[in-house]
Design a protein around this ligand. Structure first.
Ligand code: 6PG
Length: 250
């Protein structure tokens, strides 16, 4: 990854991050639609992006939803109406509140017999939408990521086979902690093929992992393995999440 393509931004809070993301989202979408007629984005779950998703639903200015294709970065292997479902959260916060053609929303189907089946189905959906040839990877215009305190991102957790996947576009992730649901996730070849990747990070509890991911040269944490080949990587940090950074130019 070209170091020039990595930028770190510090904001007072997640609300400011949300405003920044919406502004960039619309600009990237406008360019993508001019360039190829549509805009593709992959969205993460978790708590951090909820404000952003609500703000998107409340957006006063027009957005090109008819030419926007929304995918999920990852999903828990639960029914789509489950409280833990990322799709359910996105549907409640914005997808279900906007006039977006149903064919533009690409959830990870979890009403299958296993997370593996769900991952294979999602991979087929990705391949057919992006018309990806064998060994080719989709090129998302924008991917929004979060980070866990253990350094995971998407559902790429430390020590799981998912982080070494080099062929599949999406894989199932078995969670050893039985209190957590098994997952389906995009893999690094897809994430690192994106034109823009934004980390949205807020909370003092993330300050330690943010410092490690950003300031440790060869960190092997999954979030450190997000290195877009040609795309831009933005760390969008609330002040409290960036409070331990000392060695990087902001
Ligand atoms: C998920 C997300 C996950 C999330 C991080 C941060 O399915 O939960 O994809 O990777 O982004 O765990 O979650 P918070 O935003 O809730 O801190």
């Amino acid at each position: 990854m070209n170091p020039e393509n990595r930028k770190i931004f510090i904001f007072s809070d997640i609300r400011q991050i949300s405003d920044f993301v919406i502004d960039k989202w619309l600009k990237i979408a406008d360019n993508a639609i001019k360039d190829k007629g549509h805009f593709t984005i992959a969205l993460s779950g978790g708590k951090t992006p909820v404000i952003l998703y609500n703000n998107l639903a409340d957006l006063k200015k027009p957005a090109p939803w008819d030419k926007t294709h929304l995918f999920l970065v990852d999903e828990r292997f639960v029914p789509s109406n489950d409280k833990d479902s990322n799709f359910n959260m996105m549907n409640q916060t914005f997808l279900g509140r906007l006039k977006i053609p149903a064919t533009n929303i690409h959830p990870i189907q979890t009403e299958t017999d296993s997370p593996q089946t769900s991952a294979l189905r999602y991979e087929q959906d990705l391949k057919s939408f992006f018309m990806a040839e064998q060994n080719e990877f989709p090129e998302f215009d924008l991917i929004l990521l979060g980070i866990g305190e253990d350094g995971h991102t998407a559902s790429l957790f430390p020590g799981t086979p998912s982080i070494t996947e080099t062929k599949h576009l999406s894989v199932a992730v078995h969670m050893s902690d039985t209190s957590k649901k098994d997952r389906i996730t995009l893999t690094f070849p897809v994430i690192n093929n994106a034109r823009h990747v934004f980390f949205l990070i807020s909370g003092a509890d993330k300050a330690g992992i943010v410092k490690e991911v950003i300031e440790t040269e060869n960190s092997s944490l999954p979030a450190s393995m997000v290195r877009p080949k040609n795309g831009k990587l933005f760390f969008l940090l609330a002040e409290n999440a960036g409070s331990l950074l000392t060695r990087v130019k902001i």
